[in-house]
Structure formats: C-alpha cells, structure tokens
Design a binder for this molecule. Structure first.
Ligand code: ATP
Ligand code: MG
Length: 584
C-alpha cells in the first residue's frame, strides 16, 4: 500500500479524474445488485402466482435500464482511470529521460544501456498499472464488494451472509503468501530480461564484428541461453500466478456449499423466500470479482512498488557535475589555461594525468601527441567538464570553467570525439545539429572547409541523404569529416579534434588543416593525433606519456630534441615515402 503513498503527488494532482472515475464506479456497483434482486422478486411472484404481464414488463424494463446504465457508466470510469494512468506514465517517462540527459559520464558507466531501457519500459509500465488497474481494483472491490455484501446482509439474510462469508479470510491469506512469492520471482524475471535486453542491443550494434570473426554460432548460443533464462524465470512467475484463480474458485465453491446447506434450511423454515435464495446465489457469484481483485491488487501493487523503487533509485542519482547557482552564463572566450596536477578516473586507482599544463592564447593551436592510452582524450574530457574531481584548475579568460554554466561552457566548444557518431538523419541535419536554424550556405561552408562538400554532392540525395544507423554507408574518412563539419559550423571558441583526421589521406588532411588555420585565426584549436603531420603546424605541441608531458615545443624545437617526437616523425615520413613508392 505504501506505493499509493509514494504516488500520492500524482493522485492529488489528478484527483478530479479519479473522483469522477470512482463516483461512476460506485454507481455501477449499485446498479449491479439490481438485476439479481429483480430476478429473485419475479421468482417469488411466480411461486406465489401473483405475477402479471404488467409487472413482468415493469421488472424487465428495470433490468434493461440498469444494464444500459451500467454499460455507459463503465465506459466513463474506464476512460477516466485508464486515461489518467497513461498520464502518469508520460510524466515519469519525461522525467526519467530528462534525468538521463542530465547525468554524467560516471552514471552511464554504472548503468548499462539495456538496463536503462528496461527501466524506461517495464518499470514505467508496472507503475502505470498501479495508477490504473491498481486504483480501479481497489475502488471496485471495495464498492462492488461492499455494496453486494450490504445487500446480502440487509436485503436477504444477515445470518446466511455471515455463514457464506466464513471462507473469506482464507482468501486474504492465500493472496498474501502467493503475492510475496510472486514478487520475488518477478524481480528475478526482470533481471533476466534486463540481461537479454543488453545482449540484444550489443549483438545488434556489434553484428558486423561478430560476423567478421565468425562468432555467430557462439552469439546465437549465448542469446539462446539468455532467452531460455528469461523463459524459465517467467514460467516461475506464471507458476505462482496460476495458483491464484483456482485457489479463489475453491474458496468460493466452499461458500456456495455452505449457502446451499444453510440457505436451503432457511427456505424450508420459511425465514427467507426461494427468490431471495436465488438472488443470494447470484450475489455470491458477484463476490468472486472483488475476491479475485484482492489477489490481483497485490500483484499490481508489489510489482509497481518494486518498479517505483528502481525508478526512484535512478532519479536519485546525482550528477557529480553541478552548476553553481550564480554560474556565469556568457559564453566562454579568451585565453585558455589548463593546469592539472593530478586526475584519476573515479572508478580507477590509476592516475591518468599528472602535472599537465599548457597555456593557449586566443587564436593559437595546440597539438597533442603520444602513445595510445597516454591521456590525450582525458585532457578533452576535463575541458568538456565530463569530470570535476581533479587537482588543479582549468581557466578561460582567468575564470575557472566550473564557474561557468554548462551551457556557456559547452556552447563555446566544438568537439569531435574520437569515436565519431552520426545521428539517423540526413547530412544537413547532422552538420547543423548544434543549431538547426543555420542556413544551407553555412552548412556548405563548413562542409567545404572539411573537404566533404564534393563527396556529399555525390551522395544519392546530396545534403538530404540519410546517414547514421539507418542511412547510407559512409567511409570512415567521410564520417570523420562530417563530424568535423558539425563541430565547426557554429564557429566555436575552442575546437577540439580528437584523432579526427586519422582516416583521411595526407593530402586531404593538409587541405583541411590549412583551411582551418585561415578560418580560425582568431579562435583556439586543439588537435590530438597519432599522425605527426596533423599537429606539426601547431603553435605548441605536447608529447604525453603515461599522463605526463615528456616533451614540448614547436615542431622545430621538438625535432632538435631527438626524442620520441622526432623518432615518430621520421618513422612516419619513411612510411609515407614507402606508400608513395608502392603506388608508383
Ligand atoms: P588513444 O590514443 O588510444 O585515444 P588516449 O591518449 O586518448 O589514447 P585516454 O583515453 O586519455 O588515452 O586514456 C588515458 C588513460 O585513462 C588510459 O590508461 C585509459 O585506460 C584510462 N581511461 C580512459 N577512460 C577511462 C574511464 N572512463 N575510466 C577509467 N579509466 C579510463
Ligand atoms: Mg583518445
């Protein structure tokens, strides 16, 4: 029942709909007892020989009208209660989605995608059931059960009613025990379903990898095992669920038996009429629904309660990245000063950055090179404020980035992630993702700058060509260039290219870099790369190794140092020459 308390905010908000719904529910419950009583009266009139054609017409009309009114009123309460419960699902879903978008990197590392999807579907469904089926069964079993019982007690015979109701407490017991069992098994079934969701998601997005490695058999095998697990655990739920109805039928049967034994005697004694006994039988039958409803109610409430706790747990998760109340809302601009003495990822004991510092005047370009895992992308994650817990400071124009609002900071940064991602929409929308109001001309300009314009014109529908998961297949280099155009199009204060030119050839790379230098003479750019040619024109280049700066300077300074940079440069030069020779 505590789930009702948890949802009380919603019931208070929607009390009018529920009031109307429950009101009509009660009217229906009253109308329901009319017909059986009328049938009983007709039978008594037949037995006494007092039934006339006129009274038969009258009673039939009453039965008919009661039936029609029930039909209408049932329609009203269904509309009200089901409709309102759908509203709850909508509210919770938007809340959850908004919450997801506000969460930090740590959250998405903690919860798997499949889990989050299961919460957003199954759990919300279970909560909606509380506000719909839950409220309905509660109100209906109380009103129709109560009114039927009242009629039996006062209009028929109170002794017979008490006797017929003796088996009832067993029902509460049965539904309580089975309900608890059900709850436990349902949780397990949910967890198994979550696993399966995760697996499906991973298999579908990784299907190409799975195929190239010839791992389909293994994958199908894993998938089958998980599907089986879901079936087994759901069967366990149904096993208990299936016990509910027979148990209730049995208890009801006992009630019938008691009524026949005692009711028969009362008729013979003359304390009730035969017609009253007939009505009474109908009423016991009508008590079946409220009884069943009690069992169902337990299911719905326990499921809803478990789901609500899970959703609540998700909603309670706080992003570690919090904006200050008086955060600066003007977009970042000016010189960038990065001084981090130490940073380690929250879930790892290792230090990923140590004493990394650089100062970039507005308009300058910084190059970052270093072996894989040396910390290049980590620098960007801090610049983008994906993580806050570092020792040191990152300043823009002398102001800590943590003093800016997230919007002011992020709207000033154009970021091309290492694993670039395109949305399932057309090329144009992908490029002007940050600002859909940008003109075709602006989009084209960005596309020209990243040397992708000609490629786009060659696509089946030009700028209207669908890309992303459901669109045309693009080459790695094409994807990269669209992703750069997307970051460039808003002319950000800071452009971050994280290994974003790795899949384009040397000539195209040079064209793009030269274009960027010209276009972004007044704006800051940071380029991380494995290819020295991507960074050699930068104002400063830092070489990272295990999170530390091991070399720094301009290209010429670094070439003189005779360290990792120079060795790497010469090696890559040689490779380019060999490739050139191959092609010749
Ligand atoms: P690459 O050239 O391969 O892109 P990188 O220089 O960008 O490498 P980073 O991604 O910055 O390397 O990683 C630096 C270190 O931090 C690595 O040891 C990596 O394992 C670790 N690391 C990266 N992301 C996380 C994370 N989310 N949680 C824990 N450790 C991480
Ligand atoms: Mg990286």
């Amino acid at each position: 029942m505590s789930i009702f308390k948890k949802l009380s905010w919603f019931f208070r908000q929607e009390w009018k709909s529920y009031f109307v719904g429950v009101f009509f529910l009660i009217i229906v419950a009253i109308l329901q007892v009319v017909s059986p009583r009328v049938v009983g009266i007709i039978i008594d009139e037949i037995a006494l020989g007092t039934l006339t054609m006129a009274s038969l017409w009258k009673w039939s009309a009453i039965i008919l009208i009661a039936g029609i009114l029930q039909y209408l009123f049932r329609y009203i309460w269904r509309m009200k209660i089901w409709g309102t419960s759908a509203e709850l699902e909508k509210i919770l879903r938007s809340r959850l989605f908004k919450h997801f978008t506000e969460m930090d990197a740590i959250f998405f590392q903690k919860y798997r995608t499949g889990d989050l999807m299961a919460h957003a579907t199954n759990d919300l469904n279970a909560i909606r059931m509380v506000a719909g089926a839950g409220i309905l069964t509660l109100a209906d079993s109380i009103s129709s059960g109560g009114i039927t019982l009242f009629t039996m007690f006062f209009l028929i015979d109170w002794r017979l009613t008490l006797i017929a109701m003796i088996p009832l407490p067993a029902l509460t017991l049965v539904s309580r025990i089975l309900g608890q069992k059900m709850h436990k098994r349902f949780r397990k079934a949910q967890a198994a379903f979550s696993n399966l969701n995760d697996k499906t998601q991973e298999s579908v997005s990784g299907v190409k990898v799975i195929k190239t490695f010839g791992e389909e058999e293994e994958d199908i095998h894993d998938f089958e095992a998980m599907t089986k697990d879901v079936v087994v655990k759901n069967k366990a739920v149904y096993l208990v669920d299936a016990l509910f109805d027979p148990a209730i039928q049995l208890i009801l049967g006992l009630s019938f038996a008691l009524t026949i034994i005692f009711g028969g005697r009362f008729v013979v004694e003359g304390s009730i009429s035969i017609g009253q006994l007939v009505s009474f039988f109908s009423y016991i039958g009508m008590m079946a629904w409220p009884m069943l409803a009690v069992g169902r109610l337990f299911n719905v409430l326990e499921r809803g309660s478990a789901s609500y706790s899970r959703i609540d747990e998700l909603l309670k998760e706080k992003s570690t990245i919090q904006e200050q109340k008086d955060a600066i809302r003007t977009p970042v601009t000016g010189d960038l000063d990065f001084q981090v003495s130490s940073f380690g990822y929250p879930n790892s004991a290792e230090i990923s950055l140590r004493d990394v510092g650089f100062h970039l005047e507005r308009g300058q370009t910084l190059g970052i090179v270093g072996r894989t895992g040396s910390g290049k992308s980590t620098i960007f994650r801090l610049l983008l404020r994906e993580y806050d817990q570092y020792a040191g400071s990152i300043n823009y124009n002398g102001i800590d980035i943590r003093d800016y609002s997230l919007d002011a900071l992020l709207s000033g940064i154009g970021y091309v992630p290492q694993d670039n991602f395109l949305f399932s929409s057309d090329v144009r929308e992908n490029i002007r993702f940050a600002d859909p109001s940008l003109s075709q001309q602006q989009v084209e300009e960005a596309a020209r700058l990243t040397a992708i314009h000609q490629d786009i014109l060659g696509f089946p529908d030009g700028y209207d060509t669908l890309v992303g998961e459901r669109g045309v297949s693009l080459s790695g280099g094409q994807k990269q260039r669209i992703a750069i155009a997307r970051a460039l199009v808003t002319e950000p204060e800071l452009l971050i290219l994280d290994d974003s030119l790795s899949a384009v050839d040397a000539k195209t790379e040079e064209a793009i870099l030269t274009g960027l230098k010209e276009k972004r003479a007044d704006q800051t750019t940071i380029i991380a790369a494995h290819r020295i040619s991507s960074v050699m024109h930068a104002n400063e280049i830092i070489v990272l190794d295990e999170g530390r700066i091991v070399e720094r300077g301009t290209h010429y300074e670094l070439m003189e140092q005779d360290g990792w940079y120079r060795r790497m440069y010469e090696k890559q030069q040689l490779e380019t020459k060999l490739e050139g020779a191959d092609e010749a």
